[in-house]
Design a protein around this ligand. Structure first.
Ligand code: FE
Ligand code: FE
Ligand code: FE
Length: 165
């Protein structure tokens, strides 16, 4: 798509994260399945549910700006997921795999946090509907909370277990 101004950048970013969220939705069940700890499995499963809602919210944002909900290939998320799958394939110990998957999942959350943060700032600058900012902010908050929950799981258990493996 041609990108000339901030409005075009916003639309491109929205399509990018729409694509990314759908890739994440596909990746999370695989990670949940491989999780050794019950808490980590629940974290992945619950975030999968949230991701479904986030995709729905993005569809509402597209609707609010009068554009069709369509993604544009996000090379960053493809690369992050590919790299994560690679390390998941290389780790031979279950506890170590949990620590690796937490780090991987956090790389995804950080990408999302950066994207949503930018979209919210641009929506504000563009004077978009309050509803757009609210929808994006709700998701940003979920991504931040997920990131923090993963940090806790790593620090309270997974890193120590991986160290002892
Ligand atoms: Fe998300
Ligand atoms: Fe991207
Ligand atoms: Fe997320």
């Amino acid at each position: 798509m041609a990108v000339r101004n901030l409005n075009d950048l916003f639309l491109h970013g929205l399509k990018d994260i729409y694509y990314a969220e759908r890739q994440i939705l596909r990746a999370l069940p695989k990670m949940a399945k491989k999780a050794e700890s019950d808490q980590l499995r629940s974290a992945f499963e619950e975030h999968r549910g949230q991701t479904e809602e986030q995709i729905h919210r993005l569809q509402q944002v597209f609707e609010a700006i009068g554009k069709p909900a369509r993604g544009v290939k996000c090379q960053a998320i493809e690369g992050i997921i590919e790299e994560n799958e690679e390390i998941m394939g290389e780790v031979e110990d279950e506890d170590t795999l949990d620590a690796a998957m937490i780090a991987s999942a956090q790389s995804v959350e950080h990408y999302e946090i950066s994207r949503y943060g930018t979209l919210i700032a641009w929506a504000g600058e563009l004077g978009m509907d309050r509803k757009v900012v609210d929808l994006l902010s709700q998701t940003l908050e979920e991504e931040k909370q997920t990131d923090q929950r993963l940090t806790r799981l790593a620090e309270e258990r997974a890193n120590r277990k991986a160290k002892a493996a």
